[in-house]
Design a protein around this ligand. Sequence first.
Ligand code: EPU
Length: 432
Amino acid sequence: MMRPGTGRDGREHTGGVSSLIVRPSGPLQGAIPIGGAKNSVLKLMAATVLAEGDYVLRNVPDIADVGWMGELLEHMGLTVERGDHEMAIHSPADVTPEAPYELVEKMRASIVVLGPLLARFGEARVALPGGDDFGSRPIDMHLKALEALGAEVGMEHGYVTARAAQLTGARILLEFPSVGATENALMAAVLAKGTTVIDNAAREPELADLATLLNRMGAQIRGAGSSTITVEGVESLHPVEHTVVADRIEAATYLAAVGIAGGEVTLQGAVPDHMTMLVQKVGEMGMRCSPDGGGLWALARPPLRSVDVSTLPYPGLATDYKPLLVAMLAVADGVGIVTENLFAGRFRYVDELVRMGADIRTESHHAVVRGVPRLSGAPVRAPDIRAGAALAIAGLAAEGETVVADADHIDRGYEDFVGKLTAVGADVERID
Ligand code: EPU
């Protein structure tokens, strides 16, 4: 029932056809609802491969990547029905344990079906994801983790193949707390025989959300959200209903919009405990934030003060926050040094910000951002989801019009980006 790359509204997200026009705006005022996390829901959907039956996911964001993951599940033989922020998934007794290149190429997160397919069906065939706009993104740690559990891993015709009659619990020491490798290892270990210990595991809230779903399905996982996760393998799992955790990156995006345009906005449904490092950082920049009922209240009176920023795995400052922080620093008072520790090439959008009058120099994985009082609207291009959003919000503090081309990248991770911004007084419009 799902068409490739369409949202629940049936709108096509084929890439490159729409633009956003942003004009100077602010102060922003009001409330923005924060949806379910993209980087959680995609993995929760993959986890439904682990047990036959009917699942319901709630707080599902209406974004293009959810459409792509639904398409992948349907390719494998599952049934996916989308309602109003809800999704019903039927996982049959047998599936085609394969993720084809056409879908993996669209969405790199498809690689997370490898672990659950292998665990339940003893085999999996997943196209190797290529690089993307922020550089080469290897999956060696995913594969080593599955090998540690006893899988035979190979590579043929651009596909990773994995086989194991029965996975066996093992100690997995990750070289780096990779989110995807931890998720694949976890979803494989839940049905392995015996105990698995994942050390140096990723600690992201979305990973903890996945472990919560798996435990409800009957898995025995302890320590998710810490760097040591212990899994006692079980023989089988069962389907459940689950509500997706709030998207801290979406919340961070609108927080940055307030920082740039000024104003007072409540991010309804955001979980401040998942964003403490960011809240501390924007506090140093002069913003005020506090938990507010079921969300996060934020106030800013520009100009903000510059700070240094260094990305790290959770609970450090997320690499996904970085383009947003760079956009804030571009109009802050002073000089900030930004260091990217996760993805080597994740500075492409900087050239676009420079076209808007930002004063930024990059050198390897560092950027030096000298704040300017005002940016100048220009035609720019969204290179990926987060950078696209960052360019759009930078336009809120730019004289004249900023036109962000390839805005479809933004739709991959943001539901109703334009509607949410205009609701708090931003002057943003979409042209198809
Ligand atoms: N890495 C390896 N080998 C591996 C796996 C990772 O060298 O086998 C390296 C990567 O190249 C990178 C670092 O380890 O340098 C971290 O990668 P990680 O595996 O943690 O990232 P991911 O699981 O591929 C997720 C998010 C990203 C987010 C990163 C980091 C999803 C779908 N994606 O990617 O989010 O930037 O974690 O937090 O969960 C986005 O939402 O736009 C996005 C890109």
